[in-house]
Design a protein around this ligand. Structure first.
Ligand SMILES: NC(=O)c1ccc[n+]([C@@H]2O[C@H](COP(=O)([O-])OP(=O)(O)OC[C@H]3O[C@@H](n4cnc5c(N)ncnc54)[C@H](O)[C@@H]3O)[C@@H](O)[C@H]2O)c1
Length: 471
C-alpha cells in the first residue's frame, strides 16, 4: 500500500511510540545517562604547526566511513592518532586494532566525545558519527579551538547547519566537509569546461540516485536488547527515545528522519554539491517535491521515491536562472555500483554527464532534421577517478596554511540546505519559497506569507541533555 510521508503519518507514528518511552527512559538511566548537558570547552591557543610537524588527530565515530577516513589520514603520514571515540565498544576495539597494526600507535579510547575534545594537544577532530551527531561535537570542538573534518551531510537539519557555519567563523577554525568528489581531478576539469561556455547556456541540471530494494527494503527486525558495550542513550543523543532496534542503528539510521535525511541527504548531497559548485549557484529560490514511501514495506520513514524540482535565480554561469531536478528511486533501477547515479548539465549545445568514474559531452546536432550537418560542439568522453585521499590531504594542508579547504562548511551549507529543503517540501506537502537571508520558508514567490508548517521542519526538538550548544 502506498504511504505518503505526511505530517499526520509522522505524528501518528510518534504517538504510538511515545507510550513505551517513559519506561525506556528509566531503564536507560534517564536522559543523558553517563553524559549530562552539552557545554562548550574554553579554547586553548592554537598550536602553530610546522611544515613537517605531525598533526594530532582524534576520531569521533569509528563505524563504516570512519575506517576509510582513518586509512587516508594515516596514509598521509602527517598525523598522530591520539584518540578514538565511539559509543560502541566493539567498534572502538576494532579500529584501535587497525591503528595498532598499521602504525604501531595505541591511541586513547573513549566513549564520550567531550573528554576527547578536552584532551591536551589535540589539533583536529574527524567526525564520522551519524548525521544527528555531527553538529554538537563539531560546535564543541570549534569552541575548543580544534579544526574539524566532518562527514557529509554536515547537519541533521538546516538550523544546525547555520549554527555550524557560525561556529566555524566565530572560532576561526579550518573545517572541511567530507564531500570528497570536490577533490576529484576529472570533476574539476569538467567544471572548468562548463564554466568555459562550450556547452552553451545552461538552463537545467539533474542529479539522480537509483536502486531496487523492492519489495521489503531492509526487511523487518523486532526491537531487542541493547548490544553489550553500547551506550545506546548516547547513540540516540538528541533524537527521541525509542527501544533498541538493529534497523535503526549502525548504517541503517540514514533511512529515518530522527537521525538523518534519507537518500537526498545521504547520496544526493554529493551530486547536488558538484552541480551547485560548478555553476556557483546560490541557494534555491523555490522547491517542490513529490513522492513518498510508495513501495518498500520496511519501517523506514524517509521516502523510496522522490522527484524534487528546484528553481534557481540567475547566477554567474546561468544568466536566465535554471531548474534543477533530483530523481530518486529505491524500488526501481540499477544501484550506484551499476551506474544508478549521476549528474547532468543541459546546455544549448548539448549535455554533459558526470559520475565518479568519467565525464562525457554529448553534443546536440546543429539541426536534428539533418544530423549530417554537424554538431553544436565537440563530443568526447574522459575517464576519471574519485580522490578521497586528496580531500584528506587538502584538509591537512589547510590546517598548516590556514587557507580555506576545498569543501568549506559555508559552501556545504548551501548544498545541504537545498537537500534538506527537498524533504521540507515533501513533508509539508507543498511547494515552498526559500528566503535564504531570513532562512525561512514562505508560501508565495513574493515571500510575504510565512509557511509555519514547512518552517517546523527546519529544526528539531533536542532531547534534554543533548541540546545544540549556543554559538
Ligand atoms: N563521505 C562519504 O562518502 C560518506 C560515506 C559513508 C558515510 N558517510 C557519512 O558518515 C557518517 C557515518 O556513516 P556510517 O555509514 O559510517 O555510519 P556507521 O553507523 O557505520 O558509523 C557511525 C559510528 O558512529 C558511532 N557513534 C554514534 N553516536 C556517537 C557518539 N555520540 N559519539 C561517538 N560515536 C558515536 C556509532 O557507534 C558508529 O560506530 C554519516 O553522516 C554518513 O552520511 C559519508
Amino acid at each position: 500500500m502506498s504511504q505518503r510521508v505526511t505530517r499526520r503519518s509522522l505524528l501518528e507514528h510518534g504517538g504510538k511510540a511515545a507510550a513505551g518511552m517513559a519506561a525506556l527512559g528509566a531503564a536507560l538511566g534517564g536522559c543523558a545517562g553517563s553524559s549530562g548537558p552539552q557545554r562548550l570547552a574554553t579554547a586553548v591557543p592554537r598550536r602553530p604547526l610546522g611544515a613537517n610537524e605531525k598533526i594530532n588527530v582524534a576520531f569521533i565515530g569509528c563505524g563504516g566511513i570512519a575506517k576509510y577516513n582513518l586509512k587516508h589520514f594515516m596514509e598521509s603520514e602527517q598525523i598522530n592518532v591520539i584518540a578514538l571515540c565511539d559509543v560502541d565498544r566493539s567498534h572502538l576495539e576494532e579500529v584501535a586494532q587497525i591503528v595498532k597494526n598499521t602504525s604501531g600507535e595505541t591511541p586513547k579510547i573513549e566513549k564520550d566525545y567531550r573528554r576527547v575534545i578536552d584532551m591536551n594537544g589535540i589539533d583536529a577532530v574527524v567526525i564520522s558519527t551519524p548525521d544527528h551527531w555531527h553538529a554538537i561535537p563539531m560546535i564543541a570542538a570549534a569552541a575548543a579551538g580544534k579544526d574539524v573534518y566532518v562527514e557529509k551531510p554536515c547537519c541533521h537539519n538546516i538550523k544546525e547547519g547555520r549554527a555550524m557555519v557560525d561556529a566555524a567563523r566565530k572560532y576561526n577554525i579550518v573545517c572541511q566537509v567530507g564531500t570528497h568528489q570536490r577533490s576529484a581531478m576529472h570533476m574539476q576539469e569538467a567544471i572548468e569546461y562548463l564554466r568555459s561556455g562550450k556547452l552553451g547556456t545552461i538552463s537545467m541540471t539533474e542529479t539522480y540516485t537509483y536502486g531496487n530494494e523492492a519489495p521489503d527494503g531492509m526487511g523487518h527486525e523486532p526491537d531487542g536488547p541493547v548490544p553489550e558495550g553500547v551506550d545506546y542513550d548516547m547513540w540516540l543523543g538528541p533524537a527521541p527515545l525509542r527501544p533498541f532496534n538493529k534497523r535503526h542503528f549502525h548504517f541503517w539510521f540514514r533511512w529515518y528522519f530522527d537521525y538523518a535525511a534519507g537518500m537526498v541527504g545521504d547520496w544526493n548531497v554529493h551530486l547536488q554539491d558538484i552541480t551547485m559548485l560548478a555553476l556557483e549557484t546560490d541557494h534555491p529560490f523555490a522547491v517542490s517535491t513529490s513522492g513518498g514511501k510508495l513501495i518498500l514495506t520496511d519501517d523506514r520513514d524517509t521516502p523510496d521515491t522522490m522527484l524534487a524540482t528546484y528553481e534557481f535565480k540567475p547566477g554567474p554561469y546561468t544568466p536566465k536562472g535554471h531548474v534543477h531536478l533530483y530523481t530518486m528511486r529505491k524500488a526501481s533501477g540499477p544501484p550506484w555500483s551499476r551506474g544508478g547515479y549521476g549528474m547532468v548539465f543541459h546546455g544549448t549545445n548539448g549535455k554533459l554527464h558526470m559520475t565518479r568514474k568519467d565525464w562525457e559531452v554529448i553534443p546536440d546536432a546543429k539541426d536534428w532534421a539533418k544530423p549530417e550537418g554537424g554538431f553544436r560542439t565537440e563530443g568526447f568522453k574522459k575517464e576519471g577517478v574519485d580522490n578521497h585521499f586528496e580531500h584528506v590531504k587538502n584538509f591537512l594542508a589547510c590546517m598548516r596554511s590556514r587557507q580555506k579547504p576545498v569543501a568549506t562548511i559555508e559552501e556545504h551549507f548551501k548544498t545541504v540546505t537545498a537537500c534538506h529543503l527537498a524533504n521540507v517540501s515533501l513533508r509539508a506537502g507543498r511547494k515552498i519559497y526559500w528566503d535564504h537571508e531570513k532562512e525561512l520558508c514562505f508560501k508565495d514567490a513574493e515571500k510575504s506569507i510565512p509557511d509555519p508548517l514547512a518552517n517546523r521542519f527546519l529544526g528539531r526538538e533536542y532531547r534534554k541533555g543533548y541540546e545544540l550548544p549556543k554559538v
